[in-house]
Design a protein around this ligand. Structure first.
Ligand code: BES
Ligand code: MN
Ligand code: MN
Length: 467
């Protein structure tokens, strides 16, 4: 009966929920760009205000050296009820290239059943689904069947530099039974999914310097090292003919996929042609000997993310530039270590460069790869909640993206993680025209509403079985 009331509340408030999400999406909380710091702060305030409005007991905004952390607690459940920690992020990626959007990124709009805005799926829309489910519980029943703690940060998209130490300092207060995150994707429309793996990340930049000032390419070209040519040569040598990364030792720590996992991947209804079509590329390309799902979920990679130097404006300029730069990153899989990989990559770049140029490298944020425990009671509760809403069996997938803070949580709090995404693979996160299907937003809210009840039951069953 209770659940009926909760679900009824969600149905009758659906329009209001969407309007509120639009408010949240209109705040350009771009964490990486210092010009937007005020907006990031305003977003933290908006989220905390909203938590108070929906009736969450304790709501705090903790300032950091970077962007604020919103922390909240609602601990009204009966004794022995489990406590869940919900994590999400209110910061977003820059909208660039801005001219590729069909509607302005911070003026949300529904077209064809989809909410278009930066942050629609990553992560404001998914996070907000949990807030709305909790509102529904508090409004209809005065509380929740479980205790809830929230951490909503504003620095996920820049590697959570201030949240990691904060979690360590506050580990006592953060004690919970499981971590719940909705910041990933479903395997396919209508197929509810639990993500049990995420890739890690090592992110670097290199600068190649040749002459100490730009030169006339006619007077000097051919007799002086060209940093762009050298940089391109270095990058080209970082993969071999089979698409493998050439950094010595790169694959040493990679945990091989076991056969059952390969089989499970192969059994998923995945269509290479549809995947290729979504990207618009002429062909798929990757490490030889692996399927697409293996390549994006279980194999480490290296990609150049940006490259610049010389003359890039209109027309031609015959210049031999003094410097060239590139950003590149590695996606990592268990048990690779981001610091070790960054070290290996830097040595390799130095080795690939010849003596005619000077190469320097620097390392940005990184993150550990993640494999979660698929047998945890909280995972069971999540699969039940998901199946109730989608009327389909839940599938277990891995994800190619990274959420660096997950490892900090599991190491310091020693609790299982449930990654239950409501987004879709074609939501264009980080790209122009990011979207979140309205249907998925509402399904996410309904799933979250079921989840708290399922968790209460699963933990009660566990306790009974343990007696
Ligand atoms: N939500 C994504 C990660 C994600 C997306 C995981 C889809 C699984 C499926 C997250 O916001 C993200 O974009 N993370 C960054 C890492 C960060 C250090 C910039 C990433 O993966 O590039
Ligand atoms: Mn995200
Ligand atoms: Mn992201």
């Amino acid at each position: 009966m209770t659940q009926n009331n909760v679900q009824h509340y969600i149905e009758t408030h659906s329009e209001e929920f969407l309007d509120q999400l639009f408010e949240l999406l209109s705040i350009p909380s771009i964490s990486t760009d210092p010009d937007y710091a005020d907006n990031v702060e305003r977003c933290a305030q908006w989220v905390s205000e909203h938590l108070r409005q929906i009736g969450v007991d304790t709501v705090e905004v903790h300032s950091t050296e970077g962007h604020p952390i919103v922390y909240a607690e609602h601990l009204s459940a009966p004794d022995d009820a489990p406590t869940l920690l919900i994590y999400g992020h209110y910061d977003v990626q820059p909208p660039d290239p801005i001219d590729k959007w069909d509607s302005p990124p911070f003026e949300p709009e529904v077209r064809d059943g989809k909410i278009f805005a930066r942050g629609a799926t990553d992560d404001k829309g998914q996070l907000f689904a949990h807030l709305k489910a909790i509102e529904a519980w508090i409004a209809t029943t005065g509380g929740l069947p479980v205790n809830i703690k929230f951490i909503i940060e504003g620095e996920e998209e820049v590697g959570s530099p201030n949240l990691a130490p904060w979690v360590e300092t506050h580990q006592q207060r953060l004690q919970s039974d499981a971590l719940i995150i909705s910041d990933s994707s479903m395997f396919a429309p209508g197929i509810p999914s639990i993500t049990y793996g995420l890739r890690g990340l090592a992110y670097l930049q290199m600068t190649v310097e040749g002459p100490d000032h730009d030169l006339h390419s006619g007077l000097f070209g051919g007799a002086v090292p060209n940093p762009i040519n050298e940089l391109a040569r270095i990058i080209a040598q970082m993969h071999d003919e089979d698409g493998r990364v050439t950094i010595p030792g790169f694959y040493d720590a990679v945990r091989p996929m076991d056969e059952s996992e390969c089989r499970a991947f192969a059994e998923l209804p995945f269509d290479d042609a549809a995947f290729r079509n979504e990207t618009g590329a002429a062909q798929l390309k990757g490490e030889k000997g692996y399927t697409t799902l293996e390549r994006i979920w279980a194999r480490p990679t290296l990609d150049c993310n940006g490259i610049w130097g010389g003359y890039t404006k209109q027309g031609a300029k015959t210049v031999l530039p003094s410097k060239a730069h590139a950003k590149f990153s590695c996606r990592l899989v268990p048990d690779q270590d981001p610091d070790e990989i960054a070290e290996l990559a830097q040595s390799w770049v130095r080795e690939l460069a010849d003596d005619s140029v000077k190469v320097s490298t620097s390392v940005f944020h990184g993150g550990y790869p993640v494999i979660t425990d698929r047998d945890a009671p909280a995972v069971r509760a999540a699969t039940r909640a998901l199946s109730r809403v989608w009327n389909e069996e839940c599938v277990f997938t891995r994800g190619g993206g990274s959420i660096p803070i997950v490892t900090t949580f599991s190491k310091t709090l020693e609790i299982p993680t449930v990654l239950m995404g409501f987004g879709l693979e074609n939501d264009r996160l980080h790209s122009p025209n990011e979207k979140f299907n309205v249907e998925n937003f509402y399904a996410g809210i309904r799933t979250s509403a079921y989840l708290w009840q399922e968790l209460e039951q699963v933990y009660a069953d566990e306790a009974a079985a343990g007696e």
